[in-house]
Design a protein around this ligand. Structure first.
Ligand code: NAI
Ligand code: CS2
Length: 490
């Protein structure tokens, strides 16, 4: 975190020239420069209609901005109660700011900044679990949105609910809520008792068929813990799938310092992103919803073609750049795109291997999509770190790479780019000098030490391997991968 309080007066920050900069909040918002785009609704007068689980950077730069824009277009009472299931960081950033923060678009031209008013409060679940359950169970809550990262869904091998996950195991044993499932179950119990139905649970994480997965996993949890509630949930809740797209790098201290100098006001909750934003939502809501279409969202019958294209082309390319770039000592996505071999490999991965595995919707132009992705990846202003993308690879590669490999195994297509990326990831999770940030890091390192160079590839993607439910490599592919892995380990 950059800057720091002056010590003299809380809420004042020392700028580079030693000038005192005030903190953004409802009392100082008027001093923002005139070119900052502001909400056109009476922010504090709006009631909450949404609870969001996992209030990280992405939610603030995406769903919260769509909701803010929908209210600026005339919709009302859709403010968001944000929840962090883990740390108090975002609450500590936004509470002193009355929930206000800015979104800044970084591109080659002048940065464009908008003030967002849709977040009403942030709850920190471990500090106040009752408040979280009460918010989810409130009659005013129509929608629960989620960005809890891929690992927040607690899936085990094969995608089933991981009942050995510490939080899930505690909840199933009757302990306090700790995962999304425990909180949702307690809230549903209250909604059922109060005769409140009609709740929409809208996953905004990068999972294939994210709505269906959330439904399947939550129902599995409820079947185990409270079968009557599972039946109530199936009858009263809907789980739209959605494709969410906007590259939102983690905010840095440098970002905050430069913004404070430009705005003359310090915003500790600021997020930084690209101009591009897309949200395609399956139109199956259980009750009321904001008019997100007025903010540019697309409401469709079938999200699948958009979501698979995004996961396999954008996210597939991202993960490939992450491991191939890190192994060459690169730091940012745009640097990986400037590296000849990586750029060519990414082009092939998106345009040939991923695109040919897809069934596009009428009018969906995959070649044009790949062109735009290249422009987005090339954006040097974004400074998107490869380590951020490399995180949690075990949770990401099935939907980003392995489904594409499984498709081409059937149709006989070659995937040299994906195999190169897969070999790079296999070497990455060995550990060594690389810091492997992954919930399965321990198991992957142990597998490496048990299997060694000769056995690691089949132990991961061979028959009976760790990822066999997504893709089982045949013998020639295993040999090819072993050569690629060995070449990296010389
Ligand atoms: P972030 O690190 O800023 O926030 C992550 C949030 O998830 C935090 O609230 C954290 O407490 C919570 N979380 C982490 N592990 C959890 C767990 N095991 N259980 C419950 N909550 C957990 O990350 P950011 O940028 O907000 O991204 C979050 C997710 O949003 C991504 O994993 C992805 O699925 C989705 N997304 C992100 C995009 C981006 O460019 N950042 C774009 C598209 C989707
Ligand atoms: C990235 C995504 O961190 C990652 O794994 O691939 O968060 C990516 O930035 C978004 O999906 C873009 O919409």
């Amino acid at each position: 975190m950059g800057g720091g309080t002056t010590g003299a007066r809380p809420g004042l920050w020392a700028g580079q020239e030693g000038l005192q900069i005030v903190r953004l909040n409802a009392g100082t918002v008027h001093s923002l420069p005139a070119d900052v785009i502001r909400p056109s609704y009476a922010v504090a007068e709006q009631k909450c209609g949404i609870v969001h689980l996992g209030i990280g950077a992405f939610h603030r730069a995406h769903q919260a901005e769509y909701t803010d824009l929908a209210m600026s277009q005339g919709d009302r009472d859709w403010r968001i109660c944000g929840v962090s299931l883990r740390s108090a960081g975002v609450r500590n950033q936004l509470e002193p700011q009355d929930g206000l923060y800015t979104v800044t678009q970084k591109s080659a031209g002048a940065a464009k900044t908008s003030l967002v008013g849709s977040i009403a409060q942030v709850l920190v679940a471990p500090e106040n679990p009752e408040a979280v359950v009460a918010a989810l169970a409130s009659a005013d809550t129509h929608i629960v949105t989620l960005t809890v990262t891929e690992k927040g869904y607690c899936q085990g091998a094969g995608g089933a609910l991981d009942e050995t996950n510490e939080a899930v195991a505690t909840e199933l044993a009757g302990g306090d809520p700790a995962s999304i499932y425990g909180y949702l179950a307690q809230a549903m119990e209250r909604r059922k008792a109060a005769g409140l139905g009609a709740l929409t649970l809208l996953s905004c994480d990068n999972l294939a068929q994210n709505g269906k997965q959330l439904e399947r996993l939550l129902l599995a949890f409820l079947e185990r813990s409270n079968p009557e509630l599972a039946a109530w949930c199936a009858a009263n809740c809907t789980f739209p799938s959605s494709m969410v797209d906007r590259i939102v790098p983690a905010t840095t201290g440098k970002d905050l310092d430069l913004l404070a100098e430009r705005l003359g006001v310090r915003d500790e909750g600021a997020v930084f992103t690209e101009a591009f934003s897309q949200w395609v939502i399956e139109d199956v809501f259980a009750g009321a919803r904001p008019k997100w279409e007025n903010a540019g969202a697309q409401l469709v019958q079938d999200v699948h073609p958009y979501e698979t294209a995004k996961l396999r082309m954008l996210n597939g390319a991202h993960s490939a750049m992450a491991y191939l770039g890190l192994e060459r000592g690169l730091v940012f996505v745009h640097e990986a795109m400037q590296h000849d071999a990586i750029r060519q490999l990414v082009g092939r991965l998106m345009r040939v291997e991923a695109a040919s595995s897809l069934s596009p919707a009428p009018g969906q132009d995959l070649a044009g999509y790949a062109d735009r992705l290249k422009e987005r990846f090339d954006n040097p202003a974004l400074e998107h770190r490869l380590v951020q993308i490399a995180m949690d690879g075990s949770q990401k590669i099935p939907q980003r790479w392995l489904e594409t490999l499984a498709f081409h195994q059937q149709d006989g297509g070659d995937c040299p780019a994906l195999l190169e990326a897969l070999a790079s990831w296999i070497v990455h999770v060995r550990g060594g000098s690389a810091n492997v940030n992954d919930p399965m890091a321990g198991r992957l390192a142990q597998l490496w030490s048990e299997e060694g160079m000769a056995g690691i590839v089949p132990a991961l993607v061979g028959r009976g391997g760790m990822f066999a439910s997504s893709y089982i490599a045949d013998e020639p592919t295993i040999s090819h991968l072993q050569r690629l892995v060995a070449a990296r380990s010389d």
